[in-house]
Design a protein. Structure first.
Ligand SMILES: *Cc1c(COP(=O)(O)O)cnc(C)c1O
Length: 385
């Protein structure tokens, strides 16, 4: 009989299925050890936690690879560490990178300040136009980098035209899939070559770890592992263990984030003091049809444009009790932040307005509390009582 391919919840809990030995622990114990015994004269792989081959690091890497439908994965000490090494793995001095203009602030700094120092040129492209990508290509273009869904407007990109372009032109398609997680979108099924996650966000899901991951084929992951040995951003075993625990509930958490965010966005879109609501699950969102087609869930991030500018948003933010004002996202608790103070602090007010989120915009990372409590919290904060 043909074996059924395990579903995403099963994969999130078990990773690749193996027969377990009698009295083996259900959970991978914390191997809080920098190094491991290497028999004299043995040709076994040398185990050392900076090499990314500590058992806690390996356990979560196998689990994430299984979830993404990829050959291999590797966890690193932060999402930024993962983004840096994924790009160093495929780009050399003299190469050119095409990057989406709708990009996480830290990634923009990495591209403009750091890659340029290494002789790698980056051009930012409006990702909504497939033709633009082709127009900006050079002979030296080696890769395309995108994020989807994007921060903070939750725009959803169609990877297939980009994957085709990459295939024809011999380029690599790199996707930051932090907002989606494999529960909502699996970029490899749409032609991506390399996936990046900030595991700080949904993969861990409890706002208590900084981590990142790169997912790809074995060749790319071995190059990233080689870079890790030298550049050194390895994840600590205990942090890896926390992610191990967090990832087991990824399916139920993402289901709750998707449901709560949709209910919250629907409620917000009816509120008279909220000018606009950005959520791909709402019919008026510019990517709603595409999102319905390619995503398994619309995600947990909702953008709210409050009438009355930054003063109004500050007044509302001060009154919230369920939601906390803090950067970051993807945890079980609801967090709100303002792009003008966090992800887009380096842009001017005019630039933020041109990008579609004038000051007074707040990003809500909808948690998995009872959504009625979250709605009541915002209702009270907006009414000023
Ligand atoms: C947070 C984030 C990052 C950076 O991740 P860290 O774990 O904070 O280094 C990269 N990309 C996206 C989309 C993010 O939200």
């Amino acid at each position: 009989m043909k074996q059924r391919e395990p579903g995403l919840s099963t994969r999130a809990i078990h990773g690749p299925l193996v027969r377990r030995a009698s009295q083996s622990p259900i959970n991978t114990p914390v191997y809080q050890s920098a190094t491991f015994v290497n028999q004299v004269g043995s040709s076994d792989e040398v185990m050392y936690t900076r090499y990314g081959n500590n058992p806690n690091q390996i356990a979560i890497a196998n689990r994430l690879a299984a979830l993404e439908g990829a050959d291999a994965a590797i966890f690193l000490a932060s999402g930024m560490g993962a983004t840096a090494l994924a790009h160093l793995a495929v780009l050399q001095s003299g190469d050119h990178l095409l990057a989406t203009d709708w990009v996480y602030g830290g990634t923009r700094v990495l591209f403009t300040r750091e890659l340029s120092r290494l002789g790698i040129d980056v051009t930012f492209v409006d990702p909504s136009s497939t033709r633009e990508w082709r127009n900006r290509m050079r002979k030296s273009t080696r890769a395309i980098f995108v994020e989807t869904p994007t921060n903070p407007l939750a725009r959803v990109l169609d990877l297939e035209p980009l994957a085709k372009l990459c295939q024809v032109e011999g380029m690599v398609l790199i996707v930051d899939s932090t907002f989606a997680t494999p529960m909502n979108f699996r970029p490899i099924e749409h032609g991506a070559d390399i996936i990046i996650h900030s595991a700080t966000k949904y993969l861990n899901g409890h706002s208590d770890v900084i981590a990142g991951a790169v997912v790809s084929n074995n060749d790319v992951i071995e190059v990233v592992r080689g870079l890790l040995k030298t550049w050194g951003q390895s994840i600590d075993p205990h942090a890896a263990w926390l992610i191990d625990r967090g990832m087991k509930t990824l399916a139920v958490r993402m289901g709750a984030h998707n449901r709560n965010a949709l209910a919250f966005a629907r409620w917000a879109s009816e509120h008279p003091r909220i000018g606009a609501v950005h959520y791909p699950g709402l019919e008026h969102h510019p990517d709603h049809e595409l999102a319905r087609e390619i995503l398994d869930g619309f995600g947990g991030i909702v953008g709210l444009q409050l009438d009355g500018g930054p003063e109004a948003s500050e007044r509302v933010l001060r009154r919230l009790r369920v939601a906390s004002h803090a950067p970051s996202l993807g945890g079980v608790e609801t967090l709100v932040s303002e792009p003008r103070l966090t992800s887009h602090a380096e842009s001017t007010a005019k630039e933020r307005k041109a990008q579609g989120f004038p000051d007074g915009f707040i990003r809500v990372s909808v948690g998995i509390e009872d959504v009625e409590d979250l709605i009541a919290d915002f209702k009270r904060a907006l009414s000023g009582t």
